[in-house]
Design a protein around this ligand. Structure first.
Ligand code: ATR
Length: 273
């Protein structure tokens, strides 16, 4: 019998998830379909009830519902509980709904695919302290990255995450910019630069030689931050890998198979490049 999957969000028309999952269904000969559903905040509870009644096998959750959906789920995975956000819902055999968060681990897989697994001891600077940074911070620590500094415009938010993590330190964007030479890995998660193509969280003048610089934004592929880092000779990790890997981990939860991430990353990179 065909299995049904979905992604809910507001807005939702721009999502590349349906195309990605259908590519994998074809590749792995899965009898499944994945649809985008526009769900506004005021209809979220009804939407979850409807999906449950209809027997949808699982769905992704995107902005602005990642936190708001939690009260409507029956169970939460440990990581999602820590992060306080869900991006993947699994309908379990007994019909109950379990929430996961695959964003953070998706980032770690993308980083390690690009630079290997031997960089865990390098000083890592996480820029931003919003929902995305939070998920990535927990996944990094769970994966063995403990030399973490979180820099944020509002330092208190960075301090709050560090306190929950139990490792690392917090600082301002200005301090991070001044101390940049000491970091081997930079992870850019702020929305600075998304609306204003020329705004960056800080200058990369003091970037270390051989630094690894990642951004979680994948459209545009090359953010102003990555452009500047590339000019400095850094190894670049675009946001496409994180997007594809978060989807692949969701796929694994739903269908217990590992989809082809390399082909998908190449395809989206080509589309956006
Ligand atoms: P997301 O879920 O994508 O992480 P968010 O929770 O709204 O989004 O977090 C946005 C992040 O971008 C925050 O770290 C925010 O800094 P503040 O906590 O100080 O608000 C950061 N941010 C947004 N615009 C910024 C700007 N112009 N300069 C620097 N940081 C900015």
């Amino acid at each position: 019998m065909k299995k049904w999957f979905a992604v809910i969000g507001d807005p939702i028309h721009h999502s590349k998830s349906p195309e990605m999952h259908h590519f994998w269904y074809d590749d792995l000969q899965e009898d499944a379909a994945y649809v985008p559903i526009h769900v506004t905040p005021d209809t979220l509870e009804q939407a979850v009830t409807s999906m449950k009644v209809l027997g949808i096998s699982g769905w992704n959750v995107t902005i602005p519902h990642k936190e708001a959906i939690i009260p409507f789920l029956d169970e939460l995975d440990e990581q999602a509980k820590h992060m306080g956000a869900v991006n993947t819902v699994v309908r379990q055999a007994d019909g109950t709904l379990k929430g996961y968060n695959t964003d953070g681990l998706g980032f770690v897989r993308s980083l390690e695919e690009a630079v290997g697994t031997n960089e865990k001891n390098r000083a890592l600077l996480l820029i931003g302290a919003g929902g995305a940074a939070r998920g990535i911070a927990f996944a990094l620590v769970a994966s063995g990255y403990t030399n973490i500094t979180i820099a944020n415009r509002t330092v208190e938010k960075a301090q709050a995450i560090i306190q929950e993590l139990g490792v690392g330190q917090a600082c301002s964007l200005v301090e991070a910019g001044e101390q940049l030479a000491q970091y081997g890995i930079l992870v850019q998660t702020t929305s600075a630069g998304l609306n204003d193509a020329f705004s960056m969280p800080f200058s990369l003048d003091h970037l270390a030689a051989h630094a690894i610089v990642a951004d979680i934004v994948y459209n545009p592929l090359m953010t102003p931050f990555l452009e500047a880092a590339q000019q400095k000779g850094a190894t670049i990790v675009t946001g496409v890998g994180m997007f594809v890997h978060q989807g692949a981990i969701a796929y694994e939860h739903w269908l217990q198979k590992t989809p082809n991430t390399n082909a998908m990353i190449a395809r989206i990179t080509q589309q956006l490049g």
